[in-house]
Design a protein around this ligand. Structure first.
Ligand code: TRP
Length: 336
């Protein structure tokens, strides 16, 4: 029996190159070795976009297109929509009894998100504070073993393990202890050096055109101490080099560029020109597949529908085990 993966994204817009090196790359790579379930987490969108629900449906398709365009394969892996699996909501209910409020308040990713949105503690909803519980239900609804994700998701996987452990201890073993799998570059910064995110306007998206990529690369934060191209430059914290490290397959060339940069023998513009080339070469085949998909929306819909059906079967299995372990199936009342 293959081990299982569950991971995914919130349908709030397009995926960016940080998602790629943080998680998408691992998803594509592990599709044969693992049985994969990829979640489009629409419940989770409600936590901070409650007044824009009319956009979710289109964004679900956007996410699926991004996934298909990088090579996630619906023949191998199940793409599914979270809210179409009612078992996830049911599991969230049970799990909410196994986690304390202070434990949720300690979650560093939730804390960071509260800071980023300047959403004071008093405005925080029960649903927002509790979304890691719902995420634990996502992961455990298919009894997943592995969660390929970026660094910001690690706290949620830890929370999931705590919940799984607490459930197993209370009711008997039903759940595995899932582990996070970080990508090779789990914390790729945005072009301004801050955390890459859609809302910060600092992301390079998988669907950006070659011109958009060029324009964004030219704005990249490099070395603030360097005024002239002949000044010795710094590599650490230099986003142009962080991106070259992540995307330039020619390691020797990157080492050579760094060497010259440190000695003040090459300017920012030359480094950025190289980076534009490298990124566009990486993105070209992805763009090509996107064009094909955009003219074939039924293919995208079918991928989501079939994956959702498959996940429904697995989640139903899990919930049978869960209710049974909890003596919550009441067969003596409801069967016969
Ligand atoms: N929180 C994730 C994000 O914002 C999305 C997500 C929802 C997820 N459920 C998940 C990721 C389960 C991994 C596993 O990107």
């Amino acid at each position: 029996m293959k081990k299982r993966i569950l991971t995914g994204d919130r349908p709030t817009g397009s995926l960016h190159i940080g998602h790629y090196v943080g998680s998408l790359e691992n998803r594509v790579r592990l599709q044969d070795e693992y049985e994969c379930f990829f979640i489009i987490a629409d419940y989770q969108v409600l936590t901070d976009h409650l007044r824009e629900t009319e956009k979710i449906s289109k964004n679900i398709l956007e996410i699926a297109i991004d996934w298909l365009s990088v090579g996630m394969d619906p023949q191998k892996s199940a793409f599914f929509v979270q809210s179409k699996i009612p078992e996830i909501a049911e599991l969230t209910m049970y799990f909410s009894m196994l986690v304390t409020i202070p434990r949720l308040q300690r979650n560093p990713t939730v804390k960071e998100e509260v800071r980023a949105t300047r959403l004071g503690k008093t405005e925080m909803t029960y649903g927002f504070l509790g979304y890691p519980v719902s995420q634990a239900a996502d992961i455990l609804s298919v009894r997943a073993d592995l969660v390929p994700a970026g660094a910001d998701q690690q706290a949620h996987v830890e929370q999931t393990r705590d919940i799984a452990q607490s459930f197993n201890k209370t009711f008997g073993r039903v759940f595995p202890m899932p582990k996070a799998l970080l990508g090779e570059f789990p914390r790729l910064s945005g072009i301004d050096g801050q955390k890459m995110s859609k809302s910060r306007n600092n992301a390079i998206f998988l669907k950006d055109s070659p011109d958009e990529v060029a324009r964004k690369v030219m704005k990249i934060y490099t070395d603030p101490t360097r005024i002239h191209a002949t000044d010795p430059g710094h590599i650490r914290g230099n986003i142009a080099f962080a991106y070259l490290d992540a995307f330039d397959k020619d390691g020797a060339e990157v080492r050579d560029l760094k060497e010259k940069y440190r000695k003040g023998k090459i300017g920012d513009v030359a480094v950025k020109q190289r980076l534009i080339e490298v990124l566009n070469k990486f993105l070209d085949p992805i763009r090509e597949r996107r064009r094909e998909l955009e003219s074939n929306p039924n293919l995208v819909r079918k991928a989501i529908i079939s994956g959702t059906h498959r996940t429904q079967k697995e989640a139903a299995e899990t919930l049978k085990l869960v209710r049974n372990a909890m003596h919550f199936d009441y067969d003596e009342i409801f069967s016969g």
